[in-house]
Design a protein around this ligand. Structure first.
Ligand code: ADP
Length: 358
C-alpha cells in the first residue's frame, strides 16, 4: 500500500506572519495521481517537501501506507522526487546518474545494468547513456531526471513543477510521458505540483486546489471544472476564464432572478432575495442562438480572435466585458450587435462577499 495521508499539517516559517500551510487534511489513495495546483506562494512546494521529509511540518502527521513517516528521514521514506531544475549530477554520465540510487542500495551491477537500460529504453534516452548532462537538451535532461526516479521503483513519486523549464511542445510530450509512467506503475502513488491549470486538468486523477495555504477544493478535473466550490476555483480553471457578472437577486413570480445592468437571469437554485451575488458563465456556455423564452442579454463585438478550430468573441455588454467561445464559422464580426443566450443550467452563482458557491 502506498496511500499518502496528511493529517492536520501546518507549516509556519520563522519570521513569516502568515502560515504557509494551514491544517491540511488530505488522503491520496494508493496508485492515484494527485495534482496540487494554485498560484505562486499558495503552499504547493511546502506540502510536497513535507511529504518528502525535506521540510518539517510545524504540526500534523504524514503517513505513507500505514506508516507514520513524520519523523522518518527522507532517504527512508521510499519516495523519489523530480525537480524543475533536473538536479542531475553534472560530472556523471547519464548511465551513472540513473544507476546512482541503485548503487547506494547495493544492488548488484548486473541488475543495475538491466534496470537502467530498461528505463532508458522506455524514456528514449538509451542512445545517450554515456553522455554527461551538459551534452543533453533540456527535454533530454528532464527525461533522465524522471528516469532516475522511475528506476528506483519507489512507493511514491513526487514531482515539483517538472515541466516548467520546457517549451510548450515538449511540455505536452513530457506530460503524456509522465501519465504513461504513472499508469504503468499501478502500485505507485504520485503527487505532482504545478501552477499550470492545464497540466493539472490533463494529468490528475484528483486535483487539490490551494490558495494562501488553504485547500479550496479537492475533486476530479471534471468535478472541479463543472462544480467549482468558490469564485477563485471557478476563475482559476478554464482558458479563457469564466465570465463574472455582479448581480442582485430578486424574486419575480415564483422564481429568483439575478439581475444587473442589462440582464435578468432566472436561477434554478433557491437563493434568498436581495442578496449580492456574482453570476459566472463559461465562454463556451454562452450561445448566439437559443429558444424564444431563453434568458438573453445584448452585447456588441469589439474583438474577434481566430484560434483555428474556434473563435473567441470579446463583447461589450451593459454589465461589462464578456468572452464568448464560438465555432470557427460563426458569422459575428467586430462591430456587430448580438443577442447572447445564457442558459440557466450553465450559470454558477457565488455569494458576492464570501465568494462561496450558493
Ligand atoms: P508554492 O510552491 O505554491 O509557490 P511555497 O510552498 O513555496 O509556495 O511557499 C508558500 C509560502 O511560504 C510562501 O508565502 C513563501 O514565501 C513561504 N516560504 C516558502 N519557503 C520559505 C522559507 N524557507 N522561509 C520563509 N518563507 C518561506
Amino acid at each position: 500500500m502506498s496511500e499518502v495521508r496528511l493529517t492536520g499539517v501546518s507549516k509556519r516559517y520563522d519570521a513569516v506572519s502568515r502560515p504557509a500551510l494551514e491544517s491540511l487534511d488530505l488522503t491520496i489513495p494508493s496508485g492515484e495521481l494527485a495534482v496540487l495546483v494554485g498560484p505562486s506562494g499558495c503552499g504547493k512546494s511546502t506540502t510536497l517537501r513535507i511529504v518528502a521529509g525535506l521540510e518539517e511540518a510545524t504540526t500534523g502527521n504524514v503517513f505513507i501506507g500505514d506508516t507514520n513517516v513524520t519523523n522518518v528521514p527522507p532517504a527512508n521514506r521510499d519516495i523519489a522526487m523530480v525537480f524543475q531544475s533536473y538536479a542531475l549530477y553534472p560530472h556523471m554520465s547519464v548511465f551513472d546518474n540513473l544507476a546512482f540510487a541503485l548503487r547506494i542500495q547495493k544492488c548488484d551491477e548486473k541488475e543495475i545494468r538491466e534496470r537502467v537500460q530498461q528505463v532508458a529504453r522506455s524514456l528514449s534516452i538509451d542512445d545517450y547513456l554515456e553522455r554527461k548532462p551538459k551534452a543533453l537538451s533540456g527535454g533530454q535532461r528532464q527525461r533522465v531526471a524522471i528516469g532516475r526516479a522511475v528506476v528506483r521503483n519507489p512507493k511514491v513519486f513526487l514531482f515539483d513543477e517538472p515541466l516548467s523549464n520546457l517549451d510548450a511542445k515538449l511540455r505536452g510530450e513530457m506530460r503524456k510521458e509522465i501519465a504513461r509512467i504513472h499508469n504503468s506503475s499501478p502500485e505507485t502513488t504520485s503527487l505532482y505540483v504545478t501552477h499550470d491549470q492545464i497540466e493539472a486538468m490533463t494529468l490528475a486523477d484528483r486535483i487539490v486546489v490551494l490558495k494562501d495555504g488553504l485547500v479550496q477544493q479537492v475533486g476530479s478535473p471534471i468535478e472541479i471544472y463543472d462544480n467549482p466550490n468558490n469564485r477563485f476555483v471557478a476563475g482559476f480553471f478554464g482558458t479563457p476564464a469564466m465570465n463574472f457578472l455582479s448581480a442582485v437577486t430578486q424574486r419575480r413570480d415564483d422564481t429568483v432572478h439575478a439581475s444587473g445592468e442589462g440582464f435578468s437571469l432566472p436561477l434554478s437554485k433557491e437563493v434568498r432575495d436581495c442578496e449580492n451575488v456574482t453570476v459566472g458563465i463559461r465562454p463556451e456556455s454562452i450561445g448566439l442562438e437559443g429558444s424564444a423564452d431563453a434568458p438573453t442579454m445584448r452585447a456588441s463585438v469589439h474583438l474577434r480572435e481566430v484560434l483555428g478550430a474556434e473563435v473567441l468573441l470579446h463583447v461589450q455588454s451593459a454589465a461589462g466585458e464578456l468572452t464568448v467561445r464560438t465555432e470557427a464559422h460563426a458569422p459575428a464580426r467586430e462591430g456587430d450587435n448580438l443577442t447572447l443566450y445564457l442558459p440557466t443550467d450553465k450559470l454558477h452563482v457565488f455569494d458576492a462577499t464570501s465568494e462561496n458557491r450558493l
